[in-house]
Design a protein around this ligand. Sequence first.
Ligand code: HEM
Length: 154
Amino acid sequence: MPRHLLHLVLASLMLLTGTATRAEPDRYRPARPSDASLYQALGERAGIDAVVAGMLKRSAANPRIADKFKGIKLQALQEQISDQLCELTGGPCHYEGNSMKDAHEELALTMAHFNALVEDLQEALDEQGVPFRTQNRLLAILAPMYRDVLKSPR
Ligand code: HEM
């Protein structure tokens, strides 16, 4: 998908979800917890691992955000993110890391950083042959998280 289209999709998702309220502000749950179809469409845990590895490999070398990953143990981070995505897409995993706010506060992330990471994710999804519709379902879960990940999103 062209980059500008991706940003349009992301921006729309953020607008749509911007006014939603959550009972637990820093915990995310899949829209339908009993639905594992997105987890399956991503190729289950092995597929998610491959996508996250591809994303982190790109992000750690991406001049727009590489400095944020300096000194970070990428293997451990990959496992944390895979746990989280596995759980959020309906898989049989449990993420036990820090809240998104705590994990990212020190990094002082902006929307430009967020977009760069999402583009790396999209390339990793393409590389794994994940269909466009499945990519969008995953992005729809991740997009609202910008509020906790970014320094001052609004
Ligand atoms: C929806 C977007 C994002 C999600 C779901 C996400 C997810 C995560 C998770 C699960 C962790 C592990 C936290 C822990 O173990 O305590 C983490 C840490 C981290 N994230 Fe993100 N992240 C997102 C956006 C970003 C962005 C935009 C960047 C930088 C461009 C980034 C850079 C990092 C770094 C460097 C760490 C390691 C922090 C540390 O160990 O001190 N993340 N992220």
